[in-house]
Design a protein around this ligand. Structure first.
Ligand SMILES: [Zn+2]
Ligand SMILES: [Zn+2]
Length: 305
């Protein structure tokens, strides 16, 4: 099992210094491909980094500021032109489906594949995707308009059998019971303890995406111990007043959240157009949370067992 996050856009409201608006590609186990936010130019970034649009099944939009969704109608139209047949699942706050529908309607664009819209409640965390091996839940954020992040979590795995310790007479049903954590009995009825025959399950992987938000400590329990956290860091702490005013975070605040949540690694991004050099943002985050990296377009972050 592996989770790969590829950064497609690292900018904020205005695209400058070759930074594009927000978008990331999530790849779970080389099997499930999701787009998270879809700012303007996302299609071009996908082409640039050779990402096949046909693989994408789900698109998650955090909120309706243009830098997070203005690329969506273009991508949906292109998928039609490219002959898509596969269903597309689009998650976003109230209003997203109406905006897309009206644009397609006035351009008389007919879409020949099914688009399933799921309106998100951005006030409470909700389970929005429940698959056999992973889940996706929302993370309510504090922004000027309704906004939520997303947490992608592998489901708990089963215990691992220690082959050499298993009795010769073990049945397939007993193996299943052991993997679930239950004890079994041998032919004479003696109880064989689970902990003697199995090892703990491998760690379940997780990635959390926290797009535009003011410093919001109540997200900490929701993202506790994730392997990888993306948290916006629009400003350096010298611009804290501006961050508060615009409901954004400083890199120092992003790092504080990462520290409190005990995450494995922090990626900061969504940089203000005023910064050409991002090192001061990275430096102040690292002072608080050393395992911090800058989001760079085209760069992939991979977590595996
Ligand atoms: Zn934004
Ligand atoms: Zn925003």
């Amino acid at each position: 099992m592996s989770i790969e996050v590829k950064i497609l856009g690292t900018g904020s409201a205005s695209p400058v210094f070759n930074r594009h608006p927000s978008s990331q590609l999530l790849n779970i186990n080389n099997n499930h491909f999701f787009l998270i936010d879809c700012g303007e130019c996302t299609q071009f970034q996908m082409m640039r980094f050779r990402i096949s649009h046909s693989k994408i099944t789900h698109i998650f939009i955090s909120h309706l500021h243009g830098d997070h969704y203005l690329g969506l109608v273009g991508l949906i139209s292109s998928m039609q032109l490219w002959g898509r047949k596969k269903d597309l699942y689009v998650f976003g706050p109230k209003g997203l489906s109406e905006i897309i529908t009206v644009q397609l309607q006035f351009s008389e664009t007919i879409i020949n594949y099914n688009i399933h819209y799921k309106e998100l409640d951005t006030e409470v965390s909700e389970l929005i995707v429940d698959e056999p091996t992973y889940t996706v839940c929302t993370i309510p954020l504090s922004h000027r308009i309704r906004c939520c992040g997303f947490i992608f979590k592998e489901k708990p795995k089963k215990r691992r059998l220690i082959i050499d310790m298993l009795p010769a007479t073990i049945t397939p049903l007993q193996k299943v019971a052991l993997k679930k954590g239950e004890d079994i009995k041998d032919e004479e009825g003696t109880v064989l303890k689970n902990e003697d025959l199995t090892l703990p399950p491998k760690k379940s992987l997780s990635f959390a995406y926290c797009s535009d938000t003011a410093y919001h400590e109540s997200i900490v329990p929701l993202i506790k111990d994730v392997d990888l956290l993306f948290h916006e860091a629009t400003f350096h702490s010298s611009m804290i007043e501006r961050a508060v005013l615009t409901f954004h975070s400083t890199s120092e605040q992003a790092a504080t959240i990462a520290l409190k949540a005990n995450v494995g690694q922090l990626i900061i991004g969504h940089f203000s157009s005023r910064y050409r050099d991002l090192d001061p943002l990275l430096e102040e985050a690292k002072n608080i949370f050393p395992n911090t990296v800058l989001a760079e377009e085209g760069r992939s972050f991979i977590i595996n067992e």
